[in-house]
Design a protein around this ligand. Structure first.
Ligand code: NAP
Length: 535
């Protein structure tokens, strides 16, 4: 399914790309799920939700122990500083309530009578429920009729039929939650949301569905859920309210907000959203930067083909496949064979691929060498003539090998898959090694080592691509991994007397150029340094 025509609806002509900072740009509400086992705990959490900026709280009655409906609901409504949504989810719809069905529905009717602002009723029982309260429903109470699919996300046609059934059951607000098996599933939910004539909550569960919970503010969703703490979720994939408000700048999103994101797998560790959103905010740029957990990059671009999806960073393992997805590829990226930055030209929707990876890394390595040798920058690079060993032959490996060669270094590639090392060595004019041979590779002192594999990255921080005893011949060691900032490789290299350069330097360096391509504005370099210094 192509997304281009559907999103055209939203390409509001805006004279300026910049938006002012303080106003709320969308009506989408943020609801914090409250799931304590006791009313006291729930009351405390409702206070926290209010302090965090929640618009309402979802009180999950099915988690309560020793539940006394009338007394507890009265207290919860009285004590809540924000409007309340009551949910009493049965096991058959993914909740915890395992008792008599009539009693459960009676409790929902009671919450309505006692002053709840919203009641969540499952589609399966909604018609009966709505018939039973007809004429008796308090004016202020709205009924959310919900449907949950924990297996997959249906087709647009099936989702439309589902929405029609929910509406026909007497819903004031339609809610459906599906499961993302692929990030492109979310596009169908956006399509339904954006065309809905009634207030609608369309969310896609799981890590691949995360953008549904963020971009619903752009596409007109009625509400999203934001948790108080990481991992304390009422449905899989919910972000924290802090991330919604501070990281994604949720209140500032509108129909004309451009979407940027980092495409990768895994991708949750990436600090790119922190960096770019902070920078967008600092200059009032009307964009949001999200994590995009992508399995198939070609399918991703076929699906999200509208101008709304304006720019992308690209990381493991998609940098090489990304080359084929672009309409045009910059000559440097072409020779490296990998793209880490993709821009959608707004005039015709064409995709342009670039490689900004090696610039940051190579200049940080040059600086590190000059510092070690105590020399200032001359005409020739500090890398000229040096033996430069690259571990890895993927996107980052190619970029480093290409960059080092361009600076006059002699390049050696060591890779787990030897054939890929050989191929890259042939392309850049270097030598190839297998990863196993690296341990005994010591033709001279003063070599440079650059790890471009993900070995040592969180959570496997105890791993390293080369044993410590083999590090003695290196003058400088660089690690592309930047979570953690100091990897085991860097720690052992420093202990062995080498100068170390962290992946953070590469990350910041490559980000400057991407930011300028994304926004057409100069990168706020000091802000980048400051933001990343916190990590
Ligand atoms: P990629 O294209 O998928 O390449 C991955 C490379 O790592 C391949 O050479 C692969 O070897 C090797 N590899 C992966 N797991 C391995 C293992 N367990 N043992 C041995 N070798 C292994 O990925 P990429 O985009 O180049 O990224 C690689 C790393 O660099 C990631 O950790 C990424 O976060 C980091 N990075 C950092 C920055 C930065 O700004 N600091 C920028 C780009 C990338 P095979 O060929 O045998 O599969």
């Amino acid at each position: 399914m192509c997304f281009r025509f559907f999103f055209f609806f939203f390409q509001v002509a805006s004279g300026s790309k910049l938006v002012s900072g303080s106003m709320r740009k969308n009506p989408t509400l943020i609801c914090v799920p409250i799931m304590g086992e006791s009313v006291d705990k729930m009351v405390v959490d409702m206070g926290k939700a209010n302090a965090s900026g929640a618009d309402l709280v979802e009180i999950r009655l099915d988690g309560l122990k020793n539940f006394n409906p009338r007394e507890n609901i009265k207290t919860l409504i009285k004590e809540s500083p924000v409007p309340t949504l009551f949910t009493y989810r049965p096991i058959w719809e993914g909740g915890q309530y395992d008792g008599d069905e009539n009693k459960r529905v009676d409790v929902l009717r009671l919450a309505m009578e006692l002053g709840a602002d919203y009641i969540d009723v499952e589609l399966q029982v909604a018609r009966e429920f709505n018939d039973s309260v007809r004429g008796k429903k308090p004016e202020k109470c709205k009924v959310i009729v919900s449907s949950h699919n924990y297996q997959y996300t249906p087709s647009v046609e099936d989702l439309s039929n589902l929405v029609a059934r929910i509406q026909a059951s007497g819903a004031d607000i339609v809610k459906f939650a599906t499961t993302a098996l692929d990030i492109t599933d979310v596009a169908r939910v956006f399509q339904i949301t954006v065309h809905s004539q009634v207030p609608i909550i369309g969310l896609v569960m799981g890590e691949r569905g995360l953008i549904s919970r963020i971009l619903c503010a752009k596409f007109g969703g009625f509400l999203t859920f934001g948790t108080l703490e990481n991992g304390i979720v009422s449905a899989p994939g919910q972000p924290t309210i802090k991330d919604l408000l501070d990281l994604y700048n949720f209140r500032q999103m509108g129909p004309d907000t451009k979407v940027f994101g980092i495409i990768g797998k895994p991708v949750g560790h990436s600090k790119s959203p922190i960096l770019y959103n902070e920078a967008f905010k600092s200059v009032g740029f009307n964009g949001v930067f999200v994590h995009l957990l992508v399995d198939d990059i070609a399918k991703f671009f076929q699906t999200y083909s509208s101008n709304d999806f304006a720019g992308f960073s690209c990381t493991i393992p998609h940098k090489e496949a990304a080359v084929k997805c672009c309409d045009e590829v910059d000559t440097v990226a072409k020779s490296i064979g990998a793209v880490n930055c993709i821009i959608r030209r707004q005039s015709d929707g064409k995709l342009f691929g670039y490689n900004t990876d090696y610039v940051g890394a190579i200049s940080a390595i040059e600086d590190g060498l000059r510092g070690r040798l105590n020399v200032s920058g001359g005409v020739s690079s500090a890398l000229a003539g040096k033996l430069f060993v690259v571990i890895g032959a993927g996107g980052a490996g190619k970029a480093l090998a290409y960059g080092a060669k361009a600076k006059g270094a002699r390049v050696v590639i060591a890779n787990r898959t030897y054939d890929r090392a050989r191929e890259l060595a042939e392309t850049v004019g270097g030598h190839a090694l297998s990863l196993a041979d690296l341990e005994n590779f010591n033709p001279e002192d003063g070599m440079i080592l650059a790890n471009t594999t993900s070995i040592g990255m969180q959570p496997k921080v105890d791993e390293t691509p080369i044993p410590k005893h083999a590090l003695g011949h290196y003058a400088l060691v660089f690690d592309a991994v930047y979570t953690p900032k100091i990897t085991r490789l860097l720690r052992e290299a420093e202990e062995s007397g080498a100068t170390i350069v962290s992946g953070l330097e590469m990350f910041i360096g490559q980000a400057y150029e991407q930011y300028e391509r994304f926004t057409g504005l100069p990168a706020p370099k000091e802000l980048f340094q400051k933001t990343m210094a916190k990590y």
